[in-house]
Design a protein around this ligand. Structure first.
Ligand SMILES: Cc1cc2nc3c(=O)[nH]c(=O)nc-3n(C[C@H](O)[C@H](O)[C@H](O)COP(=O)(O)OP(=O)(O)OC[C@H]3O[C@@H](n4cnc5c(N)ncnc54)[C@H](O)[C@@H]3O)c2cc1C
Length: 275
């Protein structure tokens, strides 16, 4: 499907951005992991969000989600794995599916944790971030699943259904992936598995893995006052831009990013109409 704006991440920043795109009359899709995987879901009480003292993180997220949905925001559950721009359109892969939009808003929160040794080196040579996309390549082979999400066990079962022999590591802390030209083994928390494939199932992706030329400053996405990044049609908001990692700041930046993305789309459509 084609949208005017696609938002990556359904936390406070992404939902606020999407709501403000809708307020300008444009179609917007939010692609996100389930809300239970948002860090805010775990907050027992949020005391500093104006007007809602003592609200639980889960209730705050549910309320924000309902607000955006009632305004006509569309939702798709899944993880964005990569993006590419062709002409004036961004194409976004979500698991095995693809969506496209004229502008993107990056609101994926903070990607916690460093890459494991061998992870970047063997990406596409045995390392994958998506079982449903790449599982068929490993039919009948030994694979490891490093599960950090609530759906990871299901993805491991999916691989077993394809005939893979799965070694499951539950939220391992330290791993090292090695091999010659392709993955041959993984060692996680002292346990070794000889495998042809490693599925790393994390809830988030580092912004620089989603956009290869994205400018970052001190590990956070660099933005100007319009929340525009260095890439055409790409805006960012919330924890991923750094500074205070708080809900009010995330939803405020989401508002600016949503309005800026809508203005960008309006200018693009005007230009196309005049050509
Ligand atoms: C335990 C706890 C308590 C907290 N308490 C408070 C508090 O009291 N007050 C306060 O102001 N703040 C609090 N915070 C901080 C607050 O939760 C964050 O600042 C806020 O949620 C940031 O919003 P965000 O939208 O930028 O990112 P997030 O809320 O992190 O949302 C980003 C979403 O995008 C998803 N995502 C990431 N990458 C992808 C991808 N590639 N594809 C699809 N989806 C993706 C993530 O899974 C996540 O669901 C707390 C945080 C924690 C962990």
């Amino acid at each position: 499907m084609s949208y005017e704006v696609l938002v990556i991440g359904g936390g406070p920043a992404g939902l606020s951005a999407a709501l403000n795109v809708r307020a300008r009359g444009y179609g917007v899709l939010v692609v996100s992991n389930p809300p239970e995987e948002s860090p805010l879901w775990k907050a027992e009480r949020v005391e500093n969000y104006l007007g809602l003292p003592g609200v639980t993180g889960a209730e705050l997220l549910r309320t924000m989600h309902r607000h955006a949905k009632d305004a006509g925001v569309e939702f798709s559950a899944g993880k964005v794995l990569s993006t590419v721009r062709m002409g004036e359109t961004w194409y976004v892969s979500i698991g095995a599916d693809m969506e496209n939009a004229r502008a993107l808003i990056l609101a994926g929160g903070v990607a916690r944790g460093k890459k494991f040794p061998g992870e970047a080196e063997f990406l596409g040579k045995g390392v994958s971030y998506c079982a449903t996309c790449d599982g068929m390549l490993y039919r009948g082979k030994k694979v490891a699943v490093l599960g950090y999400t609530q759906t990871a066990r299901r993805e491991a079962e999916f691989l077993e259904g394809l005939g893979c022999a799965v070694t499951y590591f539950d939220r391992p802390k330290t791993c090292a992936i090695s091999g010659d030209k392709q993955v041959e083994r993984i060692v996680c928390d002292g346990k070794t598995a000889e495998v042809a494939g490693v599925f790393l199932l994390r809830p988030t992706m580092a912004p620089t893995d989603l956009f290869s030329d994205l400018a970052v400053e001190n590990g956070y996405v660099a933005v100007d006052r319009r929340m525009a990044t260095n890439l055409p049609g790409v805006f960012a908001a919330g924890d991923c831009t750094g500074g205070l990692l708080q809900v009010s700041k995330a939803s405020g930046e989401g508002l600016i990013a949503g309005q800026s993305a809508a203005a960008y789309v309006a200018a693009l459509l005007r230009k196309e109409k005049n050509n």
